[in-house]
Design a protein around this ligand. Structure first.
Ligand code: PGA
Length: 279
């Protein structure tokens, strides 16, 4: 994992947005995995600004979102459909055909989840998956105990996640208790991952994700198994990292290297990387 620490939320967001913008500049048909929550909002704001300033064409990209609440129609103000529309899609001028989100209202979630996996494959796989981390260490809605090989599915939310989400709803009873979510296995197939965290409330799980054991109790720790996971946080979220000095040393030493791996940009290299030896 590439661990990077920025001064504050804004510089963390700028650095994340720069990675996404440079990807789309170099690969106009990039496939982006997107996240909701308060953490990536700053990245999205910066991305919209950079896209305008540098005249970057986003019309060829495809996006897939990590998750959606079960039982909320797309038009609900707290649905992730609405969140994405307001925080990113409108600003980048993305069309409905370019964006893919799970529906919280499907009567056959099992079939929908299987189709979602197929759509990701048909699009060529996700080049860069943006992620946040939950207070219980989750990525997407992969709560403690989720299979680290799990695929997109309908899941029940952890009471902590439900409590964390209460702030967005008028009444406690309105907070969704289930969601459809990519699995950890789905996420690990992305060619690269970018996870963000800010604030001291995240410092404990951030340290567990980076320095703790790989465990389904902190599903974000599965990113230790990913060949190219970038973890950017502010100083507060990084406060409990034991090897902080070393990570900052590495970040300085590799400052002249590209943030994303070459295999994101070179399909032939990506194929070679994934092919099994024949003899
Ligand atoms: P947050 O949520 O960005 O609102 O803290 C993160 C998450 O639950 O994935």
């Amino acid at each position: 994992m590439f661990v990077k620490v920025e001064r504050d939320y804004e510089t963390m967001s700028q650095r994340g947005a720069r990675i996404v913008a440079d990807l789309v500049k170099q690969k106009s048909d990039a496939v982006l995995g997107l996240a909701t929550g308060s953490t990536p909002v700053g990245l999205y704001e910066n991305l919209i600004r950079i896209a305008k300033d540098e005249n970057i064409d986003f019309s060829g990209i495809t996006t897939f979102n990590l998750d959606e609440y079960e039982g909320l129609p797309a038009s609900h103000p707290e649905s992730y459909h609405t969140f994405m529309q307001v925080n990113l899609f409108d600003g980048l001028g993305l069309s409905e055909q370019q964006t893919n989100l799970l529906s919280g209202m499907d009567i056959d979630p099992v079939a929908q989840c299987a189709d979602f996996e197929m759509m990701i494959r048909r699009a060529g796989g996700i080049d860069l998956q943006i992620l946040g981390i939950g207070g219980d260490g989750h990525i997407a809605f992969c709560e403690p105990g989720s299979s680290l090989a799990g695929r997109t599915s309908l899941v029940a939310l952890h009471p902590k996640t439900i409590a964390d989400n209460t702030r967005f709803f008028d009444k406690k009873e309105d907070v969704p208790r289930k969601a459809l979510t990519m699995g950890v296995g789905t996420i690990l197939e992305a060619r690269s991952c970018l996870i963000l965290a800010a604030g001291d409330a995240k410092s404990e799980v951030w340290a567990q994700m980076i320095e703790g054991p790989v465990t389904s109790q902190v599903t974000a720790s599965a990113l230790q198994l990913h060949p190219w996971a970038i973890a950017i946080s502010d100083r507060d979220a990084a406060a409990k990292l034991k090897n902080l000095d070393f990570y900052q040393h590495i970040d300085g030493e590799l400052a002249d290297q590209p943030e994303l791996p070459l295999w994101v940009f070179q399909p032939e290299l990506d194929q070679r990387r994934n092919s099994m030896p024949t003899a």
